[in-house]
Design a binder for this molecule. Structure first.
Ligand code: SME
Length: 158
């Protein structure tokens, strides 16, 4: 059985530093993709209480909704569309400080104000993306990028 997550207050950096070893513990030794995506989404949602945290997985040339925490969301996103499809096409993390300023942003929820999307790579190809949405403007920066990239690398893709 997984132990309860220890949730801490503090700076963003402190919160990630507390969460990182716990995420490692949760994912270590588990090879199932859905199980690991689900627990990482749950851990991030619990610590940071963002509006939406979840994964889209590349399937047959589209991004298809995977494990997530938050309100119901769009199920399919095309290559190059929205922030998720753009991060897929560019193969790099995208930080959007104000979604209204991002041309083609896909509003799954009218409450979403800022967003970060981190691609998961395998053999140089994007195989999924982690999408995090906040109900506040300007929630994400390079600290989020650094830790979220590190955390998504813990998800095995056998
Ligand atoms: N806003 C995203 C779509 C996914 S949801 O917000 C959960 C985008 O523009 O790609």
């Amino acid at each position: 059985m997984a132990e309860d997550l220890e949730i801490i207050q503090g700076s963003k950096n402190d919160q990630y530093e507390s969460l990182m070893p716990q995420v490692k513990g949760l994912l270590d030794g588990e090879t199932d993709l859905v199980a690991n995506m689900a627990n990482l989404a749950g851990a991030l949602k619990e610590q940071f209480n963002w509006l939406w945290v979840g994964f889209y997985i590349v399937k047959n040339g589209e991004l298809v909704l995977g494990p997530f925490q938050g309100p119901v969301a769009c199920t399919r996103i095309r290559y190059g569309k929205g922030v998720c499809g753009s991060a897929w096409a560019e193969g790099k993390t995208l930080i959007v400080r104000d979604v209204e300023q991002f041309p083609g942003h896909i509003a799954c929820s009218s409450l979403s104000k800022s967003e970060i999307v981190v691609p998961l790579m395998r053999d140089g190809e994007v195989v999924a993306v982690l999408d995090v949405d906040s109900s506040e403007l300007n929630s994400f920066d390079e600290t989020d990028q650094q830790y979220l990239e590190e955390m998504t690398k813990l998800i095995r893709w056998d």
